[in-house]
Design a protein around this ligand. Structure first.
Ligand code: BTN
Length: 252
């Protein structure tokens, strides 16, 4: 357990020099968990991003997974991507002292000065409407960002916390901010449900009220970003009417 006095009670902290992926490590450890655990790695040899993409991880960047065994139904469990994004935003505000520089991009990226500084990937396992474990994988460009040529066409430019703000933060220092921030948002979610999380997320949302494009594997929808609904769907006002989109990649 950490010596940080703000570290949340009952939450384990594991720091690894190297691992294939903290998400894979989380799945290996999940059956033996006594409670929630953060797994931080200084190197990942097979890190993955959303939509089957690889995640590049230069040394000094942050890679961690929070693994837990939630008791709610899968739809509720999935809303933790918003809980995690808000906690990340809270931790970035504390680390940089510049809360206004950050914004949240649906479904769960964090932007800094308009570029992508962090991404979140949720993975879970379970059967018959029960989730046996949830792993929230978080990657942050603390000191270095991949080149614009390493991301797909139309994607936002990757940026790092260091290059945009001058803040030099180690992965352990960031985890010491993120774990308490996550615990506070998790408590809010458990006590009051999704509504205050949704409201806080919308207050930090990038391009709310503006025209955006949401691409699914088979379709592309262009419209005005109206809101995120109570199920976490992206709600767009399109020429064909109002659409609630559960999963997509968003382009500005
Ligand atoms: O595509 C994204 O934006 C999500 C990136 C998630 C990367 C993190 S790094 C820690 C964890 N381990 C992984 O293999 N991926 C996630």
């Amino acid at each position: 357990m950490s010596r940080n006095p703000d570290w949340p009670e009952g939450v384990a902290r594991h720091v690894l020099a190297s691992v294939d992926s903290t998400l894979t490590e989380a799945a290996r450890r999940a059956p033996h968990l006594a409670g929630p655990a953060w797994i931080l790695a200084h190197e990942q040899t097979a890190a993955r991003g959303r939509r089957g993409r690889a995640w590049s991880m230069p040394k000094g960047n942050f890679a961690a997974t929070l693994v837990m065994r939630p008791t709610e139904r899968p739809e509720q469990v999935a809303l933790r991507s918003f809980v995690a994004a808000l906690a990340l935003d809270d931790a970035f505000a504390a680390a940089s002292g510049r809360p206004q520089s950050f914004a949240l991009k649906w479904p769960n990226d964090v932007l800094l000065n308009g570029g992508k500084v962090a991404g979140i990937l949720l993975e879970s396992a379970g059967q018959g409407g029960a989730v046996s474990h949830l792993a929230i994988g978080i990657g942050i460009n603390l000191v270095a960002a991949p080149g614009a040529d390493q991301v797909e066409p139309g994607a936002l430019r990757p940026v790092s916390l260091l290059s945009e703000t001058g803040a030099m933060v180690t992965p352990e220092e960031f985890l010491d901010l993120l774990a308490p921030a996550y615990a506070a948002r998790e408590a809010q979610f458990r006590t009051y449900g999704f509504e205050p999380i949704r409201t806080a997320w919308l207050a930090r949302a990038a391009r709310l009220g503006e025209r955006i494009v949401a691409r699914t594997t088979s379709e592309s929808h262009e419209g005005t970003f109206e809101t995120v609904d109570a199920a976490g769907n992206l709600v767009l006002n399109t020429a064909q009417g109002r659409r609630a989109i559960p999963a997509a990649e968003v382009f500005f």
